[in-house]
Design a protein. Sequence first.
Lengths: 244, 434
Amino acid sequence: METADLTHHISRRFNEDLEKVRNQVLQMGGFVEQQLHKAITALVEGDSRLGESVATEDYKVNGMELSIDEECSRILALRAPAAGDLRVIVAIIKTITDLERIGDEGEKIGYIASRLATMERPADKYREVKHLGRQVAQMVHDALDAFARMDSQAAVKTAQEDKMVDEEYESIQRQCITFMMEDPRTIRRALEIMWIVRALERIGDHAKNICEYVIYMVHGKDIRHTSLADVAKQIDAAHALLRR
Amino acid sequence: MWTFALARLAGILLLGLVLGLLIGPIWLWVLAAACLYLGWQLVTLYRLDRWLRLRSQMDPPDLGGVWGDIVAQVVRLHRRKQFHKQRLVQLFRELRRSTAALPDGVIILSTQREIVWFNRQAARLLGLKRPVDVGLRIDNLIRVPEFVHYLHGDDFAMPLVIRPPVQLDLYLALQVVPYGGGQSLLLVRDVTRQMRLEAMRKDFVANASHELRTPLTVISGYLDTLADDSAIDPAWSGPIKDMRAQAQRMNAIIADLLVLSRLESTDGEAVRDAIDVPSMLERLHRDALASADRPRHVVLELDSADGLYGSAHELESAFTNLLVNGLKYTLPEGTVRMRWWTDAEGAYFSVIDSGIGIPAEHIPRLTERFYRVDAGRSRGQGGSGLGLAIVKHALQRHGAWLEVQSTEGKGSTFTCHFPRQRICEQTVRRAASA
């Protein structure tokens, strides 16, 4: 029903502007998602060319961020939006910053993957990293879906997954340390893997941020630095109220 | 019916008139009679109105006369409408059930590319949710950049194959089918199996060619030694020569198969290195002149100093294949001309021979693998039968296409058409080398 709010406007142009910028954000999100997938594939399959192409295409994400940012400033200056519309714009401005960072982390992964492709591959073929990568990519996907659907319940659920990503990150880190202690020759590779895993963990955090902006956009509540369990309870209550 | 109603009105008025004549003033009695009639009509009207309002809970009133007729009329109309409505609903339900049972996903999109309706299969394949996703723009949910580009373009002739971000092991073919009023249908098909089979086929060809190479090297090695061995009965020298020639041909076929499978397995467009086409062609020309049994005239016409953006390796193998074909099918006294030129639309490379030509019915199939125009001829000339297939694939990766013109007995012209955006202007090189 919140999406319907976007269409109740005196000025039709304003509506179109808002809708357009929202579409742009999701388009940017789609590109970032693809970059992330490519980066992970490059690592897992040892495809150095794919990894390089991810690293060289990051400039497109930056360009998208700039143009959306400009569009938002224009809307703020021309239309002086209030209430829900203002929240949408604020959430968009914040979301694209996080998307751009995800793009940067993806670039980093792609770059390291292209370097790792020339080294000997471990016996497990980066199974754990692949798993973590998929998990994180799914989180980004779900966060963007929640953004598109203005679905705060899905946003909370996705934000909660960040905890699992953090745990996975820690376990891979421990594994890497074990490898390094067992065989010092693997230190170089293990260090690179640590960078990648760290980048993935950061992407998870950014996805969580996007979820928080979705909740802010829908309910007007800033839930940063509060416990997610409380937020989930409040949002479920709000939904129950609406349904009644 | 209506005459009866009129007669009744007349009767009542007449009664009023008679009563008025008998007792009291006439007009008063007539007026009273008219009022009585009007009042009765109003009561009936009220009953009719009440019934129309509460039709579902009440039986039709028994009004009689004209009013009863009207009530019967309304009841009939209502029944007929109900019947049609039920039929439509039934039809609609059946339609929905059948589309839901389709093995492919179907999504109806509005002019704004918003989701109007989708079936269960589409929801499963693309992760759509009912009912929240109805009214959302499809490219907000399927954000794969290629798809967004495809959706906003206007070329829907071919389906687009994507890997949905949620289930990476799937391949989905998406096709937009526009229909009346700017709406469109988005068909979603799971093509994972086909893609896997295709990949397996490519892998198989590449692996098989690789595996054949090693034993063949051993065979040709021994044949070379045997050919030089003077201790062998001279009667064997003929067969050994034949065997060597055939081994060489097999080698050529395997090499071409490997080139072809490499061209196929690299996806998308070719790289965009700047390539100096004129000097590449000059080199090919020199090689052609150096070869032993060539037609008398081999001419190179360079009408442009421009080059191309593309892969040097792939372009060279395409050009070489065309040139070699031209040389092979031209008689010793004939001419083979190579021509390179550009115009406002793009760049062109032609090989024009005065050879034996190709019958028109074979031209569309020339680029098929191992296609023979004339079973006796092409094998006699050697060659792998893959040359033009390689040309086609290499050109495709550069956004280019091959045009074949031929007159039987007079000669053929093979022209590669390159699009404008692949041209790399290169006036500098000419100046430098001059």
